[in-house]
Write a protein that binds this ligand. Structure first.
Ligand code: CO8
Length: 267
């Protein structure tokens, strides 16, 4: 367990870091002090050779109910503009290692945006996503209008951003916002919520492969959202080529030929 005030950090599986947002009294509302800790913890994990993948979660009731409205309430334009407020709340998207969001309960506003910055989202059937910023006289500011639109298309994104309507796990899965809804039966012998358990299992699976290949896979998929197809295909092919310079490619293919398990060394 960690010495942080607003988050908990643990290593419940070999090579897997679990980061838990922990402001229960405010439904994990996202504040500047919380992000200071979160960014620090994420950077440590990203630079730790013994960590291969991460899981980010909240509580059963709330992944995060948005940015801390009480912190934002009295801010002025000159303050938010001159400090580029929110810019350093997006550090998670620069991580090289895969991050899985395990969402239970509210993921609203900045909470939904934080989940969308992760690489994979798993949801419990209780998950409630939404962009209620419009009800507060603002709009999403953490990438919601861009990342949501990339996933669900213009009409649905407009509806969600302009009405603030909350949507559940089932719709989120149907639209591709989440990759899977995890049922709520407790896993015997596991202290975690089922959705967190499943995310840890997935993170362990990812951690069983070579870090260089998982990093390249993440880089290539992310490029699909940014680059024209021809450039994305070229980047993918170059990354594919580059992996032939790694020991893990030699080991992975030798293990297949010799009908044994590979022993990846992340080199
Ligand atoms: N900010 C600050 N405090 C909050 C927030 C929040 N976003 N959400 C909940 N809380 C606090 C409540 O004020 C309350 O505190 P207190 O006990 O001191 O009054 C406590 O958490 C419990 O909340 P409720 O009593 O309201 O609990 P309910 O179960 O009745 O309701 C809801 C739960 C529906 C989630 C309700 O709390 C709610 O509507 N919260 C606000 C949701 C919201 O509007 N979120 C969007 C915020 S704007 C935003 O996120 C901008 C994005 C910026 C980009 C970020 C990039 C990562």
């Amino acid at each position: 367990k960690s010495a942080f005030e607003h988050i908990l950090v643990s290593r419940p599986r070999p090579s897997v870091a679990l980061v838990t947002l922990n402001r229960p009294k405010a439904l994990n509302a996202l504040s500047s002090p919380l992000f200071k800790e979160l960014n620090h913890a994420l950077e440590l994990a990203d630079n730790d050779k013994d960590i291969s993948s991460l899981v980010l979660t909240g509580s059963e009731k709330a992944f995060a109910a948005g940015a801390d409205i009480k912190e934002m309430q009295s801010k002025t334009f000159s303050e938010v503009y001159s400090t580029d407020f929110l810019a350093n709340w997006a550090a998670i998207k620069s991580l090289r290692k895969p991050v899985i969001a395990a969402v239970s309960g509210y993921a609203l506003g900045g909470g939904a945006e934080l989940a969308l910055m992760c690489d994979i989202i798993l949801a419990s059937p209780t998950a409630k996503f939404g962009f209620p910023e419009i009800t507060l006289g603002v709009i999403p500011g953490g990438g919601g209008t861009q990342r949501l639109t990339n996933i669900v298309g213009k009409s649905k994104a407009m509806e969600l951003v302009l009405t603030g309507r909350v949507f559940g796990a089932e719709e989120a899965e149907r639209w591709g916002v989440v990759s899977k809804v995890v049922q709520t039966e407790k896993v015997p012998g596991d202290e975690h919520l089922p959705v967190v358990h499943e995310a840890l299992e997935m993170a362990s699976k990812i951690a069983s492969f070579g870090q260089l290949a998982t990093q390249a896979g993440k880089e290539a998929v992310n490029a699909a959202l940014d680059l024209p197809l021809s450039e994305g295909l070229r980047l993918e092919r170059r990354l594919f080529h580059s992996l032939f310079a790694t020991n893990d490619q030699k080991e992975g293919m030798a293990a297949f030929a010799e009908k044994r398990k590979p022993n990846f060394t992340h080199s």
